[in-house]
Ligand binder design. Structure first.
Ligand SMILES: Cc1cc2nc3c(=O)[nH]c(=O)nc-3n(C[C@H](O)[C@H](O)[C@H](O)COP(=O)(O)OP(=O)(O)OC[C@H]3O[C@@H](n4cnc5c(N)ncnc54)[C@H](O)[C@@H]3O)c2cc1C
Length: 667
């Protein structure tokens, strides 16, 4: 069999879904999948308003294609603009070259539809691409800056009036961002936020018309509460640089008209000679095959395709439809290549709609029956977005998304109202880091020295050292009893029950825990004495008080696991000694600020295990919150992480993903 060439045009939601699907299913076949897009990145279109509205940085919605397809050996990326298709010769023509295909999938998306309204192109701003979102952001900043120094009140008001035309997802999500951004802009340019006017102009009598009326009305009430004026039944008939004209002849002075009123198929596909329907979308059959070219293996997907699953109702121009049409076409290509004789019909499965109105409030309708509003709808939108990364198998961008949306957001513009994104100078945590590392070091060192003298190495490994005697771990009592001395069994008898944990091991347990000095004193003074003093709950050691263990006895399930891991005294002693070296290593790393996040995370796990073992006291539970606090990147200030982590990221990233480029494989 000769090598099959599959060409996918457009790395949007549809093209990426189709390419991922085929790359996996055809992993063992002799195929090359060429994914052509005019950008070297996939644009997270559903978050364009966040860039336009100053919430996230532009790079937050650009997903480098090489990072998405790095491990897919059968995928070749090309950054180029497709200008035509020779359907007979089966060749895709780009600005810089041409690509022969056996199977072609076209997913070039849509573009704004101004319905021929005069002035939209010249004076309006559309929101349907990465470039559009950056243009709007820059224009708004620029206009507010100009308004701030404009002495004429009328002109200034026009400059500070922002109008969104259209009340679908895009329009409402855009105005929601402006509601939040205006406060920051007002502060930066020393303006009164009340000087800003936000309007949504809609030709229909209602907004968010794809939603259930109840949900849409909640959005209306929310927008009104936020002083957004909804101008309904008001088609825009002309757009000028400093005002817009409505059908009833009235005008709205504004320097910013964001046009989101309609979408049509990309005009780049208009000359492909394929049959088009409403909105210039290209007609396909139920297998997503381009009408009239079913024998040429040409498929149309995403916003570009016109397929009526129900009479007179084309597939909606939403992400779910884009992915599902992409999967349908890809499944048909796979079947054709494998020759399994199957044909896959498109079957939609839409799970609902989610519309954010700013970063903290939204409305969602799921499965046609669950209705959410407020922050729950926003959480749902984040869950759906996170699931998207799972679908396209990109842990890297899932992580980046969480960083951008939850941890690195400015002005409290996220669903946690900024609680997850407060910044502080990590320099202030350096003393704590060094102290915490030192605590681990001293406790680990005590386990070496035992009752010897620190400055006399010859006395090290004395009584109580983790390197001598029997294991200190409580699940080793049983085999310790068999092998060891009458003393240990005597102590165990004396204490009995839960307190046995502390008492039996006497000095060794207390030392092992690195616990409170009180614990050590109490325990070393003998099992019987320990048993007679009632332990007191406290989170710091109070003089003379017997501290309370978090658990006095390891739960049975935990002991069972440990007994499997350490079946006899020799293995237990090996683990015990190794533990001391691990603790010293952790201590040194924390002090030096090396792998600080990982090391502190490890100490949390170790403390949890010590607690489970009945070997840890409440007075030392502060280890856990301190370790969490030090996971704030504290090793980047006066620590080795400042150099080591970027170096590792660069090396690992280069090895796994290769070096991201602005142009891939141009011919
Ligand atoms: C602001 C905004 C918010 C939205 N919110 C939602 C939402 O919440 N939920 C929802 O479901 N949908 C939403 N949508 C709609 C959704 O983004 C689209 O339905 C989806 O992007 C369609 O995917 P696609 O792959 O068909 O096209 P696109 O994602 O548009 O991708 C098309 C790709 O083709 C490339 N391309 C185009 N022409 C050429 C050419 N000539 N040569 C090479 N490459 C080319 C483009 O660069 C692009 O990468 C929103 C859209 C916008 C703009």
């Amino acid at each position: 069999m000769t090598k099959k060439n599959i060409v996918v045009v457009g790395a949007g939601y549809a093209g990426v879904a189709a390419t991922k699907f085929m790359a996996k299913k055809l992993k063992k076949d002799d195929v090359e999948i060429t994914l052509i897009d005019r950008h070297s990145y996939h644009t997270m279109m559903t978050e364009l308003h966040e860039v336009a509205g100053g919430r996230v940085e532009p790079t937050a919605i650009q997903y480098d294609l090489q990072r998405l397809f790095a491990r897919k050996k059968n995928v070749k990326l090309v950054t180029d603009t497709v200008v035509g298709i020779d359907k007979e010769q089966k060749v895709v023509k780009t600005q810089a070259g041409s690509y022969a295909f056996d199977h072609l999938i076209i997913g070039m998306g849509g573009e704004p539809n101004d319905f021929g309204t005069p002035g939209v192109k010249e004076h309006g701003f559309t929101l349907w691409s990465f470039e559009d979102s950056v243009r709007i952001r820059e224009h708004i900043e620029h206009t507010v800056a100009k308004a701030a120094i404009e002495p004429d009140a009328t002109k200034r008001k026009a400059m500070l009036t922002f109008v969104v035309c259209g009340s679908g997802f895009t329009g409402i999500e855009m105005i929601g961002e402006l509601v939040e951004w205006k406060d920051r802009l007002a502060e930066d340019y020393k303006l009164d936020p009340n000087e800003f006017t936000l309007k949504v102009v809609e030709a229909m009598p209602t907004i968010l018309n794809m939603l259930n009326r109840n949900d849409a009305n909640k959005a209306v009430r929310y927008l009104e509460k936020k002083n957004v004026e909804l101008v309904l039944n008001a088609p825009i008939v002309e757009v000028f640089a400093d005002h817009i004209k409505l059908k009833d002849g009235s005008t709205i002075p504004t320097h910013t008209l964001i046009w989101t009123a309609g979408v049509k198929a990309t005009s780049d596909a208009a000359d492909f000679g394929l049959e088009a329907a409403r909105g210039n979308r290209l007609v396909a059959n139920e297998y997503m095959e381009a009408k009239g070219y079913e024998d040429k293996n040409i498929y149309i997907i995403g916003d570009l395709v016109y397929y009526e699953e129900q009479p007179n109702t084309p597939t909606p121009q939403i992400v779910q439809a884009a992915e599902q049409t992409g999967h349908c076409a890809a499944a048909n290509v796979v079947s054709a290549i494998k020759g399994d004789g199957e044909k896959h019909k498109f079957k939609s499965n839409y799970q609902g709609f989610m519309v954010s109105v700013g970063s903290k409030w939204g409305v969602a309708e799921l499965f046609g029956k669950i209705h959410l509003s407020g922050f729950l709808a926003i959480i749902m939108k984040h869950i759906v977005n996170l699931k998207y990364f799972f679908d396209i198998r990109s842990g890297y961008y899932m992580f980046q998304y969480m960083m951008h949306e939850f941890f690195h957001i400015k002005d409290d513009r996220n669903v946690t109202r900024g609680h997850s994104s407060r910044y502080g100078n990590v320099l202030w945590s350096v003393p704590l880091r060094i102290f915490y590392g030192l605590v681990w070091f001293i406790e680990a060192f005590k386990k070496i020295v035992g009752n010897g003298e620190v400055l006399k190495p010859s006395t090290w490994f004395g009584e109580g050292s983790w390197f001598t005697g029997n294991s200190v771990f409580p699940w080793t009592w049983d085999y310790a009893k068999e092998a060891a001395t009458t003393a240990s069994s005597g102590a165990a008898d004396a204490v009995g029950g839960a307190s046995a944990t502390a008492a039996t091991t006497a000095s060794s347990v207390a030392d092992a825990v690195g616990g409170a000095s009180g614990a050590a004193d109490a325990a070393t003074s003998g099992g019987a004495e320990a048993a007679t003093h009632a332990a007191h709950f406290g989170l710091s050691y109070a003089y003379g008080e017997e501290p309370m263990a978090v658990l006095d006895k390891a739960p049975d399930w935990f002991s069972s696991i440990m007994k499997v891991m350490m079946p006899n005294m020799d293995v237990a002693m090996f683990f015990q000694k190794m533990m001391v070296f691990v603790e010293i290593g952790i201590a040194l790393c924390i002090m030096a600020g090396l792998f600080t996040w990982l090391m502190n995370g490890t100490t949390i796990i170790l403390v949890a295990m010590f607690c489970m073992s009945g070997m840890f006291y409440w007075v030392n539970i502060w280890f856990i919150p301190v370790a969490f606090a030090l996971m704030n990147g504290s090793g980047r200030a006066v620590g080795l992480d400042r150099w080591v982590i970027p170096w590792i990221q660069k090396k690992l990233g280069g090895w796994w993903y290769g070096k991201p480029k602005s142009l891939y494989n141009q011919k």
